[in-house]
Write a protein that binds this ligand. Structure first.
Ligand code: ATP
Ligand code: MG
Length: 600
């Protein structure tokens, strides 16, 4: 397991403890898992007993179902599981939980692999190991089911789904035993083999664990563990027409992989007694190695202004509310990446929100803050005019020379790393430059320090200029701003400061500025909890979540490579779009503004 994180980023700070870290430290102290063996691959008790002591101090896992693209909530889970393994000399497994034949797709498998790699992690002990697949364990799961039947711990139930539901009871009412519950192991085994051999219709019967129909925990009232389902599986094809239920498969997957700490979200808390029951039976029967993995639950991530259910994200894509899974407004990992998020920002976010056992909402601005913080020192600066109007320096030809272009430069990094000098950005100034419309006012509002007739400002990295007026069209719209250049005030030259100004404005030369498509993204939803309290999240879409403008950018930005991140001075952080940006046709996405101004 290695982690490729650049140094000197904020996540190098000492990590705060949390309940999972305490549990792991305690297990390491007590040597809870010190005697575990590992045979080099997942397997049953006999397999591992032939192996050496496990060199991994702990084993965690990230077990996505390959039925959609991963989102920011999964990123939290990835950072927790891979991060704990990294920090405690362990290994984290990437395992596709592909026991459900219907919904899985290799497109999703590949996107999940990419997402985990991009976040900076590798798995299963080496950088090029194949991920594990739960479907590779179907043979063992079947054997485990036969064992439970033989030991009197499971039976085939032929009640209808409705009868089963009614007879399960509820919180106030104990369940009622199925009339099939007292069949002998031999009868059950024969029936189960018929199920496997395709002699019964889908849904005609299920295999259930035989535990306690009166248990206060409804999950222990004889849960179904195998069902009949004729479906082609992406890995095992048509080999099986029975499939294990998630609650049966998951603990077995963990145990075969010698997982020590099986970390999941709180909604699985009620499943833990069954997890423990099942593994205890299979260890008792000598099928699985001891000690068993243990399940721990943490609060899932709820982030304001987004939805994080794969089903709802799929709906946004299918109903074309966004341009795809990687639309920069999507909270998917591919969407965030295209928006300009970095692995460092995502890891910092996971660290900052921490791990708790109680549900809470994290404000979206926390995520944005992490991006801003990680880009602040690294992103090259550049000037871009998002709402351009032309400014003409009417005395340029006279004082500087006809057609003269004066070369200028500014540092790309205002705070370069120690011992390093910032690279320079080069551009030039001539008679005409682009400035922001907002930087000129014919009649200045109170306190306005930028261009208005009679006022002087500095063109950042260029000269001091004095505004003289403007040209307008028939409707009174400003078409050109007029000013004169003050000679001998070029930034960085002796005497540049002899003329005092109250403001410096950003600009781009008309002769070397390049037109760029800039996508000004905002939050996808205007409601902080778009899918809470039975709301229709599609009704909460922010109608202004995307505005496209044609900006003029300085030459250094025009040479950006896809995925390069910049700070457009005064506007925010922008990324060259990884899909649409091309040489000669720059496309930038707004990643995050310079400060948290949303809703203010
Ligand atoms: P969804 O509800 O979006 O479909 P899921 O839980 O079904 O998500 P899985 O592929 O089963 O998706 O999830 C893989 C892992 O990611 C699980 O361990 C799950 O607990 C974790 N996970 C999913 N959503 C979140 C979240 N919002 N916060 C933290 N962890 C999450
Ligand atoms: Mg799931």
């Amino acid at each position: 397991m290695s982690l490729s994180t650049p140094t000197n980023t904020p996540q190098d700070a000492v990590k705060p403890s949390n309940f999972l870290r305490q549990i792991i430290e305690n297990d390491l102290d007590k040597g809870t898992y010190a005697s575990r063996r590992w045979a080099g691959s997942p397997g049953d008790a006999a397999h591992h007993s032939a192996g050496a002591l496990d060199p991994a101090k702990i084993r965690t896992r990230f077990p996505p179902e390959p039925n959609g693209y991963l989102h920011i909530g999964h990123a939290k889970s990835i950072c927790i599981n891979f991060g704990l393994a990294r920090d405690y000399g362990g290994i984290c497994h990437l395992r596709f939980d592909d026991t459900n034949p219907e919904k899985e797709d290799t497109e999703y498998v590949n996107s999940i692999i990419d997402a985990v790699k991009w976040l900076g992690f590798d798995w299963n002990g080496s950088a090029d190991a194949a991920p594990y697949q739960a479907s590779d364990y179907f043979d063992f799961m079947y054997r485990a089911a036969e064992y439970l039947i033989e030991a009197g711990h499971a039976y085939v139930d032929e009640q209808s789904a409705e009868e089963m539901r009614v007879n399960r009871g509820d919180f106030g009412k104990p369940g009622v035993d199925s009339p099939f519950r007292s069949r002998t192991p031999a009868e059950n085994l024969a029936r189960f083999r018929q199920m496997r051999d395709g002699q019964h219709a889908d849904g005609a019967m299920v295999l259930r664990a035989k535990i306690d129909m009166a248990s206060p925990n409804i999950n222990l009232r004889d849960p179904a563990i195998y069902r009949i389902r004729r479906a082609t599986h992406h890995n095992t094809g048509d080999q099986w027409c029975i499939y294990p239920m998630y609650t049966f498969a998951h603990p077995i997957e963990d145990a075969l992989e010698q997982i020590t700490h099986s970390i999941c979200t709180l909604e699985f808390e009620d499943q833990r007694p069954f997890y423990d029951w099942l593994l205890a039976r299979l260890i008792e029967g000598g099928l699985l190695a001891s000690p068993a993995p243990h399940q721990y639950e943490f609060a899932r991530l709820n982030l304001t202004y987004v939805v994080t259910s794969k089903r709802k994200l799929a709906q946004l894509v299918n109903e074309k509310k966004v341009s795809g899974w990687d639309d920069p407004r999507m909270p998917t990992i591919v969407g965030l990446r295209r928006r300009g998020y970095t692995p460092e920002a995502m890891q910092l976010f996971a660290e900052r929100i921490g791990v708790t056992k109680s549900d809470s909402w994290i404000d979206y601005s926390t995520l944005e803050g992490c991006l801003r913080e990680t880009l602040e020192l690294k992103a090259h600066r550049g000037m871009a005019v998002l709402n351009p109007v032309k400014l003409v320096l009417t005395n340029w030809d006279e004082v500087m020379g006809v057609g003269h272009l004066e070369p200028c430069s500014l540092p790309a990094l205002p705070h370069p790393p120690e011992g390093m000098e910032s690279p320079l950005r080069h551009f030039s100034i001539g008679k005409e430059v682009w400035i922001e419309h907002e930087d000129f006012a014919q009649v200045p509002p109170k306190g306005y320090k930028r261009l208005f007739p009679g006022n002087k400002v500095r063109l950042k990295g260029g000269y001091v200029i004095e505004c003289t007026g403007c040209n307008q069209d028939a409707d009174g719209n400003v078409t050109e701003v007029l000013a004169t250049v003050v000679p001998d005030t070029k930034s960085g030259t002796p005497g540049a400061d002899s003329v005092k100004v109250k403001a410096a404005i950003t600009w781009v030369g008309v002769q070397d500025g390049v037109a760029a498509e800039v996508r000004m993204y905002d939050r996808l939803f205007s409601d902080p909890q778009p899918d809470a309290g039975g709301k229709d999240f599609l009704q909460c879409l922010n109608p202004d979540s995307l505005k496209v403008v044609t900006a003029i950018v300085e030459p250094s930005l025009a040479h950006a490579q896809a995925d390069d991140k910049f700070q457009f001075e005064r506007h925010g952080y922008f990324v060259a779009d990884r899909t649409d940006h091309a040489a000669g046709k720059p496309v930038f996405n707004l990643a995050v503004g310079l400060k948290d101004s949303w809703g203010k």
